[in-house]
Write a protein that binds this ligand. Sequence first.
Ligand SMILES: *Cc1c(COP(=O)(O)O)cnc(C)c1O
Length: 434
Amino acid sequence: MPEPLTPGELLALDRQHVWHPYGPMPGKAAPLLVESASGVRLRLAEPVDGQDELVDGMSSWWSAVHGYNHPVLNDAAHGQLERMSHVMFGGLTHEPAVRLAKRLVDISPEPLQHVFLADSGSVSVEVAVKMCLQYWRSLGKPRKQRLLTWRGGYHGDTWQPMSVCDPDGGMHELWQGALPRQIFADAPPAGFDAAPDEAYAAHLRELIGRHAEELAAVIVEPVVQGAGGMSFHSPAYLRVLREACDEHGVLLVFDEIATGFGRTGALFAAGHAGVAPDVMCLGKALTGGYLTLAATLCTTAVADGISRGALPVLAHGPTFMGNPLAAAVADASISLLLSQDWGQEVKRIESGLQNGLAPAADLPGVREVRVLGAIGVVQLDHEVDMAAATRAAVREGVWLRPFRDLIYTMPPYITGDDDVARICAAVCAAAREG
Ligand SMILES: *Cc1c(COP(=O)(O)O)cnc(C)c1O
């Protein structure tokens, strides 16, 4: 065992050497030091504001749907670790990857039949884009290489995904001229239950029709736009996209990396609309938050198109493709999800969030409170003071990570009613002080 380091030493070394997400070097605010996590609680190495444990309101960015240190997922990991933690996927295969792929095909929309196991969400989006571009190249239409999306989206931090993130998010300004230029529709009108706006539907159809010659695919997050602004829209627009894409010969990609595995109340958000994409990306909750793994699924038409081209292969193959440890945990996580009435748990959390967040609507500085499935959002009319909001939540014994003008939560599905109420109290406190 290496010599133990004190919390103070760890934080000093962290500040000196370790990048954190979207951070400068050295970091601006000291992160909290987590020692372990179990159920819905993060245990801190030393108490902060009198709290030595925090209820996790974030599911570690949508992923830890079953909570932490879960016996079933631990068993799956231990069992697989003793067989093999990794083996290359070129020329070799193994039960965890095969089982997981078959299961993803079984539970996803019917036309999706083939699975590429990538190592992170962003990479799965890169693979999705490559599939679409390569499909059209194979069919002798190399001009079809641009993407269309609607504003307000987020698809990851690598190159192609960045090019379809919301252009007003700052990233585009930084990378102007460097990123591929994609085509942006207006953001979908807000509201899951809002009646579909005909003028907006016409705008989508017109844009897809006008650019069909150069469009490889339309890519969107269905129903919930996550890191681009935590907004919800009517599933009706997904049907509009499906129809317009079919009419004009454009592929449709659903990025379900955040929405997959029940978060919005449907197993996949596409289910709210009853439409299937040609390509679908999964990640985040895929392994129940245990390990990094993502998947790109596609239809047989897409797979056949690629495989009949001049270069009749999908030219992509990450070193850790199909990682057995991650695949075994993912399969166990999906089994665990499907073995329970997950829909009921998500509904239970939804009503807890609706009740608990309602008071936030009356706070000064709050623009809107919205809840869908196990997602609760309080949108402010100003940029959140991240340090003040986080501290307010910690004082309530809850871990939250606000961004921009948004204080939001997507708790693990195992979060009990008392803890949901506590999370809501913390969101309200953060909204008051942030
Ligand atoms: C998080 C996210 C990604 C990127 O996934 P990473 O694993 O962080 O690379 C892509 N799309 C959506 C919708 C996401 O929420």
